[in-house]
Ligand binder design. Structure first.
Ligand code: CTP
Ligand code: MG
Length: 228
């Protein structure tokens, strides 16, 4: 079985509001996306990394990783799930249905290599594995006006991160069908659940944050600077 990776990086970072997409912001001497892609390239098992870009992206060529021989690019779409599907399509030229794929957001630069390694060890196990962390706050359910309806038992609740690991053929079909059916898909596991495949959570470091708002960049810099 071969292992590939897809990195969705076609977003525009509206919530960050930085004037350029957040994956290209400077972070501890590199760009955000350099950290995210580098952490995948450090895994020798990954044969190829497809980075999914916005069309006519002028920033990609300025990254450290753009000319790595294992990295190639394709063009994404207006939603994350469409971008991931485009990345999987590009991979199908090189890969078999039975190969496995890691999908990792360009906006998660702090993922630990040891966590990716533990995820990679799950290749061949069931229908896939998702890196995440158990919820630690008390969870409330409200109505649309914010009135509390109740407390949700958090014992079995997880936050889902990336990377997420799946068999390429199953994920491709699940995502394609979910998108055709008009389902809102916010992560790969969501498409797999919709298609009826059960996957598993693997606990990773909670420092694997998705850079979303300006304050996240400072937190990411803190995590990266305190890493051995
Ligand atoms: N992404 C993508 N294609 C899209 C939208 C998002 O490839 N059409 C990527 C982003 O570049 C990011 C990841 O998916 O690496 C997670 O998405 P998100 O955090 O929502 O990033 P943005 O969509 O860029 O941010 P925002 O939602 O604030 O605009
Ligand atoms: Mg978005």
């Amino acid at each position: 079985m071969n292992l590939f990776a897809v990195v969705p990086a076609a977003g525009s970072g509206q919530r960050m509001g930085a004037g350029l997409p957040k994956q290209y912001l400077a972070l501890q001497g590199r760009k955000v996306i350099d950290w995210s892609v580098r952490s995948l390239l450090r895994q020798p098992e990954i044969q190829r990394v497809v980075v999914v870009l916005a069309s006519r992206d002028p920033h990609w060529q300025t990254t450290l990783v753009h000319d790595d021989p294992r990295v190639c690019t394709t063009v994404g779409g207006p939603e994350r799930a469409i971008s991931v599907l485009e990345g999987l399509k590009a991979l199908r030229v090189h890969a078999k249905e039975s190969d496995w794929v890691l999908v990792h957001d360009a906006a998660r630069p702090c993922v630990r290599e040891a966590d990716i390694q533990r995820l990679v060890e799950q290749i061949g196990q069931g229908n896939g594995t998702v890196l995440g962390a158990p919820v630690i706050d008390t969870m409330k359910r409200t109505d649309a006006t914010g009135h509390i309806l109740g407390t949700v038992d958090r014992n079995l609740l997880w936050r889902a991160f990336t990377p997420q690991l799946f068999p390429l053929g199953l994920l491709y079909k699940a995502l394609k069908d979910a998108l055709s059916a008009g389902i809102t898909v916010t992560d790969e596991a969501g498409a797999m659940e919709w298609a009826g495949y059960q996957s598993s959570m693997l606990e990773g470091a909670s420092s694997n944050i998705k850079i979303t708002r300006p304050e996240d960049l400072e937190l990411a810099a803190f995590y990266l600077s305190h890493r051995l």
